[in-house]
Design a protein around this ligand. Structure first.
Ligand SMILES: Cc1cc2nc3c(=O)[nH]c(=O)nc-3n(C[C@H](O)[C@H](O)[C@H](O)COP(=O)(O)O)c2cc1C
Length: 213
C-alpha cells in the first residue's frame, strides 16, 4: 500500500483529479474488481443498474481505440479552437490532454462504461423514435464512484468522452449492442505524478438561498 491509498473521504474527494499521465505497470485484477464493485454500488432509478463495462487490456484493441481517439482530438480541436499552434505551445491542461492522447494505448486498462438507452420521462411516447440516449443520469454516479475508488486505491484515472466522435465504429468493434451507449471511457493505471487538490469555486459562491439570485 502506498501513501496514496485510502485517504479519509473529505481529503479524497478534494483531490480526485483527472490523471492523464499513467504508468504502463500492470494493475492487479483484484484491484480493478474493487474499483468496479464500488461503481456498481451507485444508485439508479428504480435500481435498474443500467451500466455495463467493457474492460479492455488487449494491446491490439487499446491501440485501435487510441488511434481513433487521437484522430478525434486532432480533428475536433482544430475545428473548435482553430488554433493549430496549440500543439506547439499548449497550456497545462492541453499538454496533459495531448500526453494522454499520445500514450492512451499504454495504460494497462481502458474502461468503457456503457449505459442502457432509455428515453427521458419528458419525451412523449409519440416522439420516441428508435433508441433513446443512454441513461446518462444513472451512469454518472457509477462513474464518480469508480473515480473515487481509483483514487482511494492509488490509481490514476481520467474521465473521457471523445469516443462520441467515433461511437458507431466503437459499437461495431467492441460488439456493443445498439440498446447501449458508451457514456465514458476511462484509462486506468498507476499515476506518474502526484495527486493534488482540485481547483474549484467554493460552494458558498455557487449557492443561492431560497431563490435564485
Ligand atoms: C462530462 C465530462 C466530460 C469530460 N471529458 C473529458 C475528455 O474527453 N477528456 C479528458 O481528458 N477529460 C475529460 N473530462 C475531465 C475534465 O476535463 C476535468 O475533470 C476538469 O477539467 C477538471 O480537472 P481536474 O479533474 O483535474 O480538476 C471530462 C469531465 C466530465 C465531467
Amino acid at each position: 500500500m502506498s501513501e496514496n491509498t485510502n485517504p479519509p473521504f473529505f481529503d479524497l474527494v478534494g483531490n480526485v483529479r483527472a490523471m492523464r499521465r499513467l504508468k504502463s505497470d500492470p494493475v492487479p485484477m483484484e484491484t480493478i474488481w474493487k474499483v468496479l464493485n464500488a461503481g456498481v454500488k451507485a444508485p439508479s432509478g428504480q435500481n435498474t443498474q443500467p451500466w455495463r463495462f467493457v474492460l479492455v487490456s488487449d494491446p491490439e484493441r487499446k491501440k485501435w481505440f487510441a488511434e481513433r481517439y487521437a484522430l478525434a482530438i486532432e480533428t475536433r480541436f482544430k475545428v473548435t479552437s482553430g488554433v493549430e499552434g496549440r500543439r506547439e505551445n499548449p497550456g497545462r491542461q492541453l499538454k496533459a490532454l495531448y500526453y494522454q492522447m499520445d500514450h492512451m494505448s499504454e495504460a494497462p486498462y481502458l474502461l468503457l462504461v456503457c449505459g442502457k438507452c432509455d428515453w427521458p420521462f419528458k419525451v412523449p411516447q409519440e416522439d420516441r423514435i428508435g433508441e433513446g440516449p443512454p441513461n446518462y443520469g444513472a451512469v454518472y454516479p457509477c462513474v464518480q464512484n469508480i473515480l473515487l475508488a481509483c483514487r482511494a486505491l492509488g490509481l490514476g484515472a481520467a474521465l473521457t468522452t471523445m469516443h462520441q466522435v467515433f461511437e458507431e465504429e466503437l459499437h461495431e468493434y467492441f460488439e456493443i449492442p445498439q440498446d447501449y451507449g458508451v457514456v465514458v471511457t476511462i484509462p486506468i493505471g498507476y499515476p506518474m505524478g502526484k495527486f493534488g487538490p482540485v481547483r474549484r469555486i467554493p460552494a458558498e459562491e455557487m449557492t443561492y438561498l431560497d431563490k435564485w439570485g
